[in-house]
Design a protein around this ligand. Structure first.
Ligand SMILES: Nc1nc2c(ncn2[C@@H]2O[C@H](COP(=O)(O)OP(=O)(O)O)[C@@H](O)[C@H]2O)c(=O)[nH]1
Ligand SMILES: [Mg+2]
Length: 252
């Protein structure tokens, strides 16, 4: 259980060789011990407070006409590469800004700034996700222009960022073809919370064992409405579809 961020939900199952021995945590019959109940209360407080600040961020984005997107994925799926590739194409025409989340280093903000787009790096230390307060504080420093596109690159983690609303219009899940087509089933909350799944690194498809059709079916099993774009952030294949999707969100 991740007690830092409240990602536990009382659904713990530990399965052994025989399903008869499956263990699951439960709140019925003998209830939770006091310490566990207190932990759940604290976690609910954390999420309620986060939701309150996220609503404030969302009001600000709406008032300023800012389109805010929250990019979520495991580490290394290509979020920063996708962003630099996107910004190189978009920044001549639209105001863009980026909030970068990582546990340590300013590497990603440096990569974004190299494209000429303003970026703020948030280092979460031991934290496994960005929260709405971090985004709120970063916004005060970044001051994105009205009617701009704001990309938030979350900490690489397919679990906890699913629970934390940042005030974004949509979460965009980036999955690369080197990660395996079963990830939407293993980490369903993230794909259920996302409007769009970007399947990145399709240039590597000839070299890896990855079934695109199965991956998309898995994603739609947890989220029948999820949109899917296949692209390669490095070769540029499929980027037009992503740029079109961004334009549609701006117009909507
Ligand atoms: N072949 C290939 N490599 C990619 C692609 N996108 C990203 N990468 C590589 O994947 C690695 C991780 O990328 P990065 O953008 O730092 O991932 P992040 O941790 O999600 O931000 C880097 O070595 C990138 O060059 C792609 O479309 N194709
Ligand atoms: Mg990155």
């Amino acid at each position: 259980m991740c007690s830092t961020c409240g990602c536990a939900s009382g659904e713990l199952r530990i399965e052994g060789v025989s399903s008869e021995h499956a263990y699951h945590s439960h709140e019925h019959s003998h209830g939770l011990p006091f310490a566990a109940r207190r932990l759940v209360d604290i976690e609910m407080d954390v999420l309620a407070k986060n939701n309150h600040i996220a609503a404030h961020n969302r009001e600000h984005f709406a008032a300023a006409g800012i389109l805010a997107l929250n990019l979520v994925s495991s580490p290394g799926s290509g979020k920063t590469t996708l962003l630099t590739s996107t910004l190189t194409r978009l920044a001549p025409y639209f105001d863009c800004a980026v909030i970068e989340g990582d546990q340590q280093t300013t590497n990603d903000a440096d990569r974004i700034r190299a494209t000429g787009v303003p970026a703020i790096q948030v280092n979460t230390g031991k934290g496994c996700h960005l929260d709405a307060q971090m985004v709120h504080d970063a916004l005060h420093q970044l001051s994105p222009n009205n009617n701009s596109l704001l990309f938030i690159e979350n900490v690489g983690n397919l679990v906890c960022p699913a629970s934390f609303d940042l005030g974004e219009l949509h979460k965009v899940a980036v999955l690369s073809v080197t990660e395996g087509e079963d990830k939407p089933l293993k980490y369903p909350h993230m794909f259920a919370a996302s409007q769009l799944m970007i399947l990145n690194k399709i240039d590597l498809l000839p070299y890896v064992s990855f079934d695109v059709g199965i991956c998309i079916a898995n994603a739609r099993q947890v989220n029948p409405q999820i949109e899917v774009i296949q692209l390669s952030a490095t070769t540029g294949e499929g980027m037009d579809q992503w740029l079109l999707w961004l334009e549609q969100q701006r117009c909507a």
